[in-house]
Design a protein around this ligand. Sequence first.
Ligand SMILES: [Zn+2]
Length: 251
Amino acid sequence: MSSAEEQTKECSKCGQEKPLSGFHKDKSGRLGVVSWCKVCVSEYKKQYHQKNKDKIAARQKQYRQENRDKELERSKQYYQENRDKMLEYAKQYQQENRDKITEYKKQYYQENREKMSEYYKQYRQENRDKISAYRHENRDKISEGMKQYCQNLPSMIYEIHNTITKQIYVGQTSVYKRRWNSHKSKLRKGTHPNPQLQKAWDKWGEDAFCFDVVEELPCDFNKEQLLEKEAALMLEHISNGVKLYNEDIPK
Ligand SMILES: [Zn+2]
């Protein structure tokens, strides 16, 4: 018997006699090849493709979709199997790039402040039970973390301005940023320890007031010095004829 290259076969489509190498292989076919020659198959494919463009595009899209899920599933599985290694890697990356990450987060937060605050608000509303259960279970850890967080916050001298009457409340705090929220929360409830400020808040409304940081100081700034600075600022205001809500100057 002669070699496969020398054997020929008639294409059942175009009827041409061609060597077997001119046909695609098919183990189940006669002579181990398909019945149409390569040229006819390719022509048919081209025509089929032309006629079924939309159908094919849809199928490809579906294929990609299905494989995206598969891909996601694969990476999820990979993560589960290599969790410790990846966490270790992430930790190391964070340690080595701490400043870069902090800077990036800060920038991202500033650029997306409203979007994020909206997102968190919604998340909190939708997961109220989950959050409160988590808080309950981890209350010791959270309070320890909060303590540490507050210890690391800068101290500051701040003022609450009544933008209408120009009267000022002077304060100092070592829990930076949380202070204005804490004032607002008490003022809204009507339980602020400073009755003059509370009265003004009730009269002029929340929108009349703004919070200003006068001076930011290191987190380990001495409390007595902080009080001295506060007193100095109050005296300065008084000597300039500015009315204060709190006139008890700390000694
Ligand atoms: Zn043919």
